[in-house]
Design a protein around this ligand. Structure first.
Ligand code: ZN
Length: 219
């Protein structure tokens, strides 16, 4: 939540009634409330519809009932919050920048821990993801609030860490297919992720597919 009297709720999260009760209580005294989504994944968005119904609001942003656009401004009593189109984790993904605090709420573009997040399995997803990281770095925020985990107080380091990880995966895949141009997806998968547990196989396979798609457009 950003602000107190004029407040924006970003990504109310999954449909957990106790959690939505707490959010509703926290905005009880507010004069203006807006409800925004960074993207439509259930762990960010599933609680939005029920919360909106309860508070008499519209859900704005990807997966909501009203679109946001690049540059859409939301007033809060701690400054303007501006919608920034940052696709990659999903095809439609927004971050929200609070200029006054040099802060960006990044949804799942970065996580608060580690060096990797899911990159969308749609054509162009990897290129979008890298472009969004570049854009976020150019904003030079003082702090990043991810949808999961603690705030990132060394934003540039974090952005570079996530970019390095993604780039190293891309390089690994490129190396496999430069050694063997007709390598199957399973061969690439075996080379990039040796000892992968079965439970992660399908997700890893999709992530290889989007990287192969990315490389095929850059050859
Ligand atoms: Zn997500």
């Amino acid at each position: 939540m950003v602000g107190k009297r004029r407040v924006v709720i970003i990504d109310p999260g999954p449909l957990i009634h106790e959690h939505l009760d707490a959010v509703a209580l926290a905005v009880e005294e507010a004069e203006v409330v807006s409800l925004l989504l960074t993207h439509a994944h259930g762990d960010h968005a599933a609680g939005a519809g029920p919360l909106a119904a309860r508070l008499g609001l519209e859900v704005m942003g990807p997966g909501g009932t009203r679109d946001v656009e690049e540059g859409t401004v939301f007033e809060t009593d701690v400054g303007e919050l501006i919608a920034l189109s940052m696709p990659g984790h999903s095809e439609e993904h927004y971050c929200y920048g609070l200029g006054a605090a040099d802060a960006v709420f990044v949804g799942d573009l970065l996580l608060g821990e580690g060096d990797t997040t899911w990159v969308g399995e749609y054509p162009g997803g990897v290129a979008d993801y890298l472009t969004s990281l570049d854009r976020l770095e150019a904003l030079d925020p003082r702090v990043i609030y991810p949808g999961h985990g603690p705030p990132l107080t060394e934003p540039v380091d974090a952005i570079r860490r996530f970019r390095r990880h993604r780039q190293s995966r891309i390089d690994q895949v490129r190396n496999v297919i430069s050694a063997k141009a007709d390598a199957s997806i399973d061969e690439v998968l075996g080379a990039v992720y040796p000892d992968l547990p079965d439970s992660l196989h399908a997700a890893a396979r999709r992530s290889i597919e989007v990287i192969l798609d990315h490389l095929s457009h850059r050859r």
